[in-house]
Design a protein around this ligand. Structure first.
Ligand code: GUN
Length: 282
């Protein structure tokens, strides 16, 4: 078995931004992404800066709305309400995680569905599951699908194993893989015989938040392996997959960093552009 092709998410994301920049320039008005952050989570601050930079690169305005750690739920909801009604604002993103005293679902569900560029509102989840045209697909699952398609155009009939069942990644990506005619298994922390199940995967998507958890006994030779983990360890950023093990077995493999992460941000830009078109249909 030869070494895996390492998929450079940064290069794929750059291509997305390149294409988007031209399309944004043709719009009558500049789209605006409003980013809401509550408190000072250091990782969130890094992600938000990266989102700001990416917006600037394609000509999307990004406005920052920073509330203190102890902001009340009413304050957050009032801010979202004013952004919902602000005609200059195209998309709204509330950076997660929120401080523990806030009800995350209540906050996310307050975002107007037509501005919900993260695709977390239940109306958008429902539209995605029902394959409705123009549904906002959450950014990380959308980016994962682009990566999978970079590796293989037609994935019909392949066995996809998704490890992780989060609302943000595992559940939606499993649904998208199913929509593309994969046979999908969703595995999680309670799954028995996880290595055996993963070893059956032609496409293995791992989003469990455990550094270097997936080792060689989990990987079928020739599999497409997508590592969604971003774990901060003493040795730096690590994925959920042991890169060296996967490198010798997989056909395609995403690294951490520079794999799924940049594609997530690129998809956020695409969703903001899509939101603009939706709101300005004549
Ligand atoms: N925090 C970690 N991932 C995400 C994401 O995709 N969207 C938002 N809003 N916050 C996050």
């Amino acid at each position: 078995m030869t070494a895996a092709v390492v998929i450079n998410g940064q290069v794929l994301a750059e291509q997305v931004r390149f294409d988007l920049k031209d399309k944004v320039a043709l719009l009558d008005k500049t789209p605006e992404l409003a980013v809401v952050m509550v408190g000072h989570n250091p990782a969130s601050e890094i992600y938000v800066k990266a989102k700001e930079r990416a917006c600037a690169e394609v000509g999307i305005i990004s406005s920052q709305h920073h509330l203190e750690e102890d902001a009340s739920e009413e304050e957050v909801l009032d801010l979202i309400d004013s952004l919902n009604h602000n005609r200059d604002v195209t998309g709204i993103l509330v950076q997660l995680p929120l401080p523990k005293h806030l009800d995350e679902k209540r906050v996310l569900y307050a975002i107007a569905p037509e501005k919900d560029v993260d695709g977390f509102h239940p109306l958008n989840t429902g539209c995605m599951v029902q394959k409705r045209e123009n549904a906002f697909v959450p950014c990380t699952p959308k980016g994962i699908m682009r990566i999978v398609h970079y590796a293989k155009e037609d994935i019909t009939g392949l066995h996809a194993v998704v490890v992780g069942r989060s609302q943000i990644v595992g559940l939606p990506v499993a649904n998208l893989l199913l929509q593309e005619n994969c046979t999908v298994t969703i595995a999680h922390s309670k799954t028995k015989n996880l290595p055996e199940i993963c070893r059956e995967a032609d496409i293995l998507v791992v989003a469990i938040g455990k550094p270097q958890f997936i080792t060689k006994e989990y990987i079928k030779p020739g599999a497409i392996v997508v590592d969604v983990g971003i774990n901060r360890t003493d040795e730096g950023l690590k994925g959920d997959v042991c890169f060296d093990d996967a490198y010798g077995l997989a056909s395609y493999l995403t690294p951490v960093p520079k794999g799924v992460g940049p594609m997530t941000i690129a998809m956020l830009l695409e969703n903001t552009y899509q939101a603009y078109l939706k709101q300005n249909r004549s």
